[in-house]
Design a protein around this ligand. Structure first.
Ligand SMILES: Nc1nc2c(c(=O)[nH]1)N[C@H]1C(S)=C(S)[C@@H](COP(=O)(O)OP(=O)(O)OC[C@H]3O[C@@H](n4cnc5c(N)ncnc54)[C@H](O)[C@@H]3O)O[C@H]1N2
Ligand code: MOO
Ligand SMILES: [Mg+2]
Length: 404
């Protein structure tokens, strides 16, 4: 077992275990939203499928219209119209125009369009008060070229990408199965919300914060309930869990005599590392139990969320072969001081906003037991070991919200 690792060493040991191949399922577009593509997608079509007009107006020959102005309008004969989806069957000759509507194919013979606002219709004719512009023609394949790959295996299906898959002609998509992530809460004092709270009890918040974080990361959370600080109970509950790709436990990984998770994993599994030089989340544990990767999250509510975000989420991204990184670092100006810690990388919670540049403020009380910092913070403020940040200094921040 390794111990007292840096964040970077710990992360690389976690990612090493994300080796499995997730099976693939094929889903209709709507159900594929928020899932991860398991195949590259080449467009089945050109879009537009021929040159079309970007504006409502008149398609004509640009050379006929060069002298058009409000004082010297050009008069063309209107020989027909082309609404979107109904191409004009004939050809535009000199001195002629076809009324076209946004998205309609450009009629043969025309090479420019004048916008309807710059014209006046007079029966069979139209007066042009400005020259027609070739730039208002969208060339064939401007958006999509048939055969070109626009979506890749590992791409998260965001709203724009789901629309893109539809635009390319796909009614169904092959996506990776969502990894099943067990969430086991430990602690004699932990009580489910809704039950009466005994003296010294605490409602089980970790299971629900983690439920949301697992979903957000593309996993399928499986609540395994709560077990007391008893090794037999922990093992028995795991035996009932069904197949999992990752197990999250919360609590029981620190130094206490009742910190049972660590002892169970030492005895019945293999602990890969325990303790990372970070705060919160210092007692984090990473183990294997009968082939199942186990992330032992510290019980404090902030610690369990921050460690899942940094390690569990990254593990799931790797398993899903996601092309987007699990998180991104930005720089922001601190508008409040942030306290570092000796020998540890520190992840404070802050509110990041844009006010003449990116700025970040502390969420207030930074204790690992104060869950409101995660409920109302939107970023982690990263402090290298032994460093405090003063008001006005530039600091590394990791947004907790979705950034591609
Ligand atoms: N002597 C030492 N004591 C502690 C150390 C240390 O290094 N030396 N580390 C501290 C740090 S840092 C953390 S973090 C915690 C981690 O403790 P455990 O993982 O063993 O967790 P527990 O002791 O079971 O619980 C800690 C805390 O969290 C509350 N908790 C637990 N589960 C839940 C839940 N599902 N929902 C809400 N809250 C939960 C629990 O009641 C405790 O208050 O250890 C420090 N101690
Ligand atoms: O690491 Mo503990 O997570 O500081 O409270
Ligand atoms: Mg403990």
């Amino acid at each position: 077992m390794r111990t007292n690792l840096s964040v970077e060493e710990a992360l690389s040991l976690v990612l090493e275990e994300a080796r499995g191949e997730l099976s693939v399922e094929e889903l209709p577009l709507k159900e594929a939203y928020g899932r991860v593509l398991a195949e590259d997608l080449a467009s089945k079509v050109d879009h537009p499928d021929q040159d079309d007009t970007a504006i409502d107006g008149y398609a004509c020959r640009e050379e006929d219209t060069r002298s058009a102005s409000p004082e010297t309008p050009v008069r063309l004969r209107v020989i027909g119209e082309a609404p979107a989806g109904r191409p004009f069957p004939g050809e535009v000759g000199p001195g002629e125009a076809v009324a076209v509507y946004t998205g309609a194919p450009i009629p043969k013979g025309a090479d420019a369009v004048v916008r309807v606002e710059d014209t006046r219709r007079e029966g069979e004719h139209v007066l042009l008060f400005a020259p027609a512009n070739p730039k208002d023609i969208r060339p064939k394949g401007d958006d999509l070229k048939k055969g070109e790959v626009y979506l890749k295996r590992g791409d998260l299906l965001t709203p724009g990408r789901l629309g893109l898959a539809a635009a390319m002609g796909y009614p169904r998509l092959k996506v990776f199965r969502r990894p099943r992530v067990g969430i086991l809460s430990t602690g004699d004092e932990v009580v489910e919300p809704g039950e009466p709270l005994p003296f010294g009890g605490v409602y089980n918040s970790n299971a629900y914060s983690l439920w949301g974080m697992v979903l957000e990361a593309g996993g399928e959370p499986v609540l395994l309930g709560k077990v007391p600080d008893d090794p037999e109970a922990v093992l028995a509950r795991l035996g009932e869990a069904g197949p999992l790709d990752l197990l999250l436990t919360s609590g029981g990984v620190s130094m206490g005599a009742y910190d049972v998770v660590r002892r169970v994993l030492e005895r019945h599994g293999e602990v890969i590392f325990w303790k990372v030089k970070q705060q919160p989340g210092g007692p984090l544990l990473w183990a294997r139990l009968r082939g199942l990767p186990v992330l032992g999250l510290p019980g404090n509510p902030v610690s369990s969320m921050v460690t899942f975000f940094l390690y569990g989420r990254a593990f799931l991204f790797r398993l899903l072969k996601r092309t987007d990184p699990p998180y991104r670092s930005l720089k922001a100006r601190a508008l409040t001081p942030f306290k570092g810690a000796k020998g540890k990388k520190v992840f404070r919670r802050g509110v990041l906003s844009f006010e003449e540049g990116l700025v970040v403020r502390s969420t207030g009380n930074q204790s690992s037991g104060v869950l409101r910092s995660m409920a109302f913070g939107n970023a982690l403020v990263v402090l290298p070991p032994d460093q405090d940040v003063r008001e006005g200094e530039v600091v590394e921040v990791i947004p907790l919200t979705f950034v591609l």
